[in-house]
Design a protein around this ligand. Structure first.
Ligand SMILES: Cc1ncc(COP(=O)(O)O)c(C=O)c1O
Length: 424
């Protein structure tokens, strides 16, 4: 559903959370809609209109999109309307428009998208589906989120696979060299993030997947931060699987995600998580009772009742992004990330920037340590000023993370920098 007056007026009435007059909200929606035509990344008046479309409180500076992407009104409104439709009319099952819509958004085919509830679920489906045996090696990073660490550690515990680790480099080439040096004749999978949650490095996944393929190694990517931040083309990346969500950079309803499984990989990736829609015929009355075949699509990896409202919200999130233009969104996000990085670099020796400065290896996320200042103390100082950042205790990295989306602006980053100036 696109921006329109009826949606916005309904949002305004139902949510009763507007600090703006309804007419302002409608005007902002009209002005934000570009249909993909170019908008300058620094056209602050344009992006201020976009900001008005988010109910995200103005009492807080939210610099933590990497954890949770707040939805704009059009997404919330469509979600609610679809839930009402289900509960008023008993309509259910209308989620089948979502996989094709997602597929188009991320450069995949309709039959390559399995719906999930979050990134973790997609990673588990991919991790459990790989035919691995004791002693097989899988390559991960030292920068994992728990969601991409624990499923593999569990297979290590239960099945005796061996986990090898690399630390992402400051450049794409360095990262590729580190991965290459870990490959042995026992390596079966590279299971790394596209963008780690820790320092937001954009890893060279296309080259990583090409390397994997050249050595008959599976490439199973944790893509938590890909869609909605990058111009994503999964066929071009060439991965076997890509697990992600719609609730971070896509700004969709929380508890929605999807797993891409390349069509010609679907007979290799075994299905464990199956139910209604996942089969191509089953019979409990034959001898023996049997599944006749799996669905000829990624539907074989999920089944059962789905949340209509949430998936209508995912469709609306994609419409919202396309109304602005994904290229415009990417450019704005990347320029705010660069602005943050430049401001951090002004501190010289006092700040250790953990995110690469290499153009292709950075985007919306920046992480840093402050010399002599505990990262938790900085988190509290920001919180005192009503600025929400993220602390990164993962894997002993002990740093601070700033992640910004299209609802942010330079003034908000400057306010975080002011807190930093007092902290150093
Ligand atoms: C890199 C990475 N992988 C996996 C996850 C897990 O995501 P979810 O909570 O949607 O399962 C996150 C969440 O922040 C993440 O940043």
């Amino acid at each position: 559903m696109q921006f329109n007056r009826r949606n916005f007026l309904r949002s305004a009435t139902v949510l009763a959370a507007l600090s703006l007059k309804e007419v302002d909200l409608f005007a902002a929606a009209q002005q934000a809609k570009t249909g993909g035509a170019p908008v300058a990344h620094d056209d602050e008046a344009y992006w201020a209109n976009v900001r008005q479309l988010f109910p995200l409180t103005k009492d807080l500076i939210y610099l933590n999109n990497g954890t949770f992407g707040p939805s704009p009104y059009p997404v919330i409104d469509v979600t609610r309307a679809s839930m009402m439709d289900a509960d008023q009319m008993g309509n259910y099952g209308a989620y089948d428009k979502t996989p094709p819509k997602i597929a188009k958004f991320v450069g995949a085919n309709d039959d390559e998208i399995a719906l999930t509830h979050n990134v973790t679920e997609g990673i588990n489906i991919a991790c459990w589906g790989l035919p691995l045996k004791k002693g097989d090696e899988v390559i991960l990073t030292t920068h994992e989120h728990v969601g991409n660490a624990v499923p593999w550690l569990n297979r290590q515990k239960l099945h005796g696979i061996v986990i090898k680790r690399f630390t992402p480099g400051a450049t794409a080439d360095e990262t590729l060299e580190r991965i290459s040096s870990l490959i042995t004749n026992k390596t079966r999978a590279i299971a790394c993030p596209h963008i780690p949650c820790t320092a937001g490095q954009v890893l060279p996944v296309k080259e990583i997947c090409a390397l994997a393929r050249s050595k008959n190694i599976y490439s199973v990517i944790d893509g938590a931060h890909g869609p909605g931040m990058l111009m994503l083309d999964l066929h071009d990346i060439g991965c076997d699987t890509y697990a992600t969500c719609s609730h971070k950079w896509m700004l969709g309803p929380k508890g929605t995600g999807f797993l891409y499984v390349r069509k010609d990989f679907q007979d290799t990736l075994q299905t464990y998580n199956i139910g209604a829609g996942g089969d191509d015929g089953w019979d409990m009355l034959t001898n023996p009772p049997a599944i006749k075949a799996y669905a000829p699509s990624a539907h074989r990896y999920y089944g059962g009742t789905q949340a209509n409202g949430l998936y209508a919200g995912v469709n609306a999130a994609i419409d919202f992004m396309e109304s602005i233009g994904m290229q415009n969104i990417h450019n704005r996000i990347k320029s705010l990330g660069k602005y943050t990085q430049d401001r951090l670099l002004e501190f010289g020796e006092k700040i250790e920037l953990l995110t690469p400065t290499e153009e292709r290896s950075r985007c919306a996320v920046n992480s840093f340590r402050i010399k002599g200042v505990d990262y938790q103390d900085f988190y509290k100082k920001c919180a005192d000023q009503k600025i929400r950042i993220r602390s990164v205790p993962e894997n002993g990295l002990n740093c601070s993370r700033i992640s910004t989306h299209i609802y942010n602006n330079k003034q908000e980053i400057d306010q975080m920098i002011d807190v930093l100036k007092k902290a150093v």
